[in-house]
Design a protein around this ligand. Structure first.
Ligand SMILES: Nc1ncnc2c1ncn2[C@@H]1O[C@H](COP(=O)(O)OP(=O)(O)O)[C@@H](O)[C@H]1O
Ligand SMILES: [Mg+2]
Length: 306
């Protein structure tokens, strides 16, 4: 099982939106996906998949992370929910997700003052431990973790568990401040861990056009960051409305919206390209090579096979 976390400095860059589109694109490419929503925000993936009621379920991922007595002898699969199937392109697809939970608001104190010393002393390693102790690896090809903004315990756990991050960002020239914030975060993350953190790529989101300003491109390159070969436009009509309807962007464009505009339909291809790029990067392909491979048509594409 390959893993990555969607990460960014600050909220609203599109982690959850891009993550949900990618999850669907992974599924359409035949991969078995597990999603983890470790963000305490109430309007995240959990709500999108209609799982709000799970936010006060008896057992949560945090119970496992905190080695709560309540989780003793229980299996992580007990917190995995399979969401009802959505039909896209003639195929029925459910999604397996570990939803968010109200108790995440108290994640920090629960872990920091934990009765188990190993939990207290390694607060950021608990999600990785929980995943390693379960046998879910055998059941999924890819794990997508939607993490909260800014450095906090949930984000540290997501990054430490996944070891790979994908960074949605608003790269408009006037978003320079947010870009500096993103670079700071990446610098922090790169130096924080004893393992080699892989930054799969930066995903331009909420773009006015399809091209990135040269200065921004150069700034990213100087920081050894690759721009993913997919650009997402600022399209409220598509991203917000599909979200509101609780369907994937694929479902929304193919079935829900009666007359989608070309620029909306084109975005589905961007998700497919991004999916190929992410998958190839997760399988160890170098950034430039992964960009090139993702840009080639699916039929003749040297995508690493599942
Ligand atoms: N490309 C886009 N065009 C228009 N709106 C978008 C786009 N991407 C995200 N949004 C909207 O921006 C808001 C924040 O997105 P979200 O994915 O929740 O960000 P994050 O998870 O990083 O906080 C949501 O209302 C979402 O619908
Ligand atoms: Mg989010």
């Amino acid at each position: 099982m390959k893993s990555y976390a969607l990460t960014s400095d600050g909220g609203g860059t599109g982690k959850t939106t891009i993550g949900a589109g990618l999850i669907k694109a992974h599924q359409l490419a035949g991969k078995r996906v597990l999603a983890i929503d470790i963000d305490k925000q109430t309007a995240g993936l959990t709500a999108h998949y209609g799982l709000k009621h799970c936010r006060d379920a008896d057992l949560s991922l945090l119970d496992f992370m905190a080695k709560d007595r309540y989780a003793d002898g229980r299996d992580l699969t007990e917190v995995i929910r399979t969401v009802e199937v959505e039909e896209v392109g003639g195929e029925k697809m459910g999604i397996d997700i570990i939803p968010s939970h109200n108790s995440y608001r108290r994640m920090q104190p629960r872990i920091d003052s934990n009765e188990h010393k190993d939990v207290r002393s390694h607060p950021h390693k608990q999600l990785r431990r929980v995943l390693a102790e379960s046998n879910i690896h055998e059941h999924y090809d890819v794990l997508v973790i939607d993490s909260p903004a800014s450095s906090e315990m949930a984000m540290d756990n997501a990054v430490f568990a996944a070891r790979n991050i994908l960074v949605p960002a608003e790269l408009s020239p006037k978003g320079d401040d947010s870009m500096d914030g993103m670079l700071d975060l990446i610098r922090d993350l790169r130096s924080a861990w004893e393992f080699n953190l892989s930054i799969l790529g930066v995903v331009p989101n909420k773009m006015k056009g399809m091209n990135i300003n040269n200065d921004i491109q150069e700034k990213l390159e100087r920081n050894d960051l690759t721009v993913a070969p997919a650009t997402f436009r600022n399209l409220q009509s598509m991203f917000y409305n599909s979200w509101k309807e609780g369907v994937s962007v694929f479902k929304y464009i193919e079935d829900v919206k009666e007359y989608p505009a070309d620029r909306e339909t084109d975005q589905l291809e961007e998700f497919e390209k991004l999916e190929r790029f992410v998958w190839n990067r997760l399988n160890g392909m170098a950034p430039e090579e992964a960009v090139e491979a993702a840009n080639i048509d699916r039929a003749e594409n040297p995508v690493v096979k599942v």
